[in-house]
Design a protein around this ligand. Structure first.
Ligand SMILES: [Ca+2]
Ligand SMILES: [Ca+2]
Length: 184
């Protein structure tokens, strides 16, 4: 199947269900009366937070409860996470203490993702997926946690095991679907 066909199928099947899954568990604070209980904005993000967040994200993204993420589930999660961050004005993080915390995104970002941005995010996600999923072509939870952990390390510019200040801001910008550079 061509990339284009895969992406077309992804739009039709995964997106509405995934948006519901994410909205039920986390975001869409700007919409509706039943707002989830967000804790305060976080000032530091630790490796333990990333692990907890990755585990929560994995179950939200595994729409068919197969215990693994397909390429379309993975790519849809990337796009929906970015869309919700734009809509809310913050990235939502499931912290290691079980609380749902926020990281503000750049206020200059548009509240919606342009179609071209979505296409770019899907293309990047599919590339990452095939790199992370290994020989069996399915992404297991430990592979997903490792993938998230590697991204976290990429944003930890001073290598102290914690994201703070501009590291955190760059991370949130990335979650919101903007291309970011982390190398000097
Ligand atoms: Ca699945
Ligand atoms: Ca750091």
């Amino acid at each position: 199947m061509s990339e284009r066909r895969k992406i077309g199928r992804l739009e039709r099947i995964a997106m509405p269900a995934l948006i519901s899954a994410f909205a039920a568990g986390a975001a869409l604070a700007a919409v509706g009366e039943n707002q989830p209980a967000y804790g305060a904005a976080i000032s530091t993000l630790t490796g333990a937070d990333v692990k907890a967040h990755a585990a929560a994200l994995f179950s939200q993204a595994d729409l068919d409860n197969s215990g693994t993420l397909s390429a379309s589930e993975f790519a849809a999660a990337s796009v929906v996470t970015a869309e919700l961050a734009r809509l809310n004005g913050f990235a939502a993080v499931n912290a290691s203490d079980g609380s749902l915390r926020t990281i503000a995104i750049d206020h200059q970002l548009d509240a919606t993702l342009a179609a071209s941005e979505k296409e770019r995010l899907k293309a990047v996600a599919l590339r990452d997926y095939y790199a992370a999923s290994g020989a069996d072509g399915e992404l297991q939870q430990d592979e997903f946690v490792s993938y998230q952990r590697a991204k976290f390390e990429r944003f930890d510019l001073n290598g102290d095991g914690v994201l703070r200040r501009h590291e955190l801001k760059t991370f949130a910008t990335f979650v919101a679907g903007m291309p970011v550079t982390t190398s000097a």
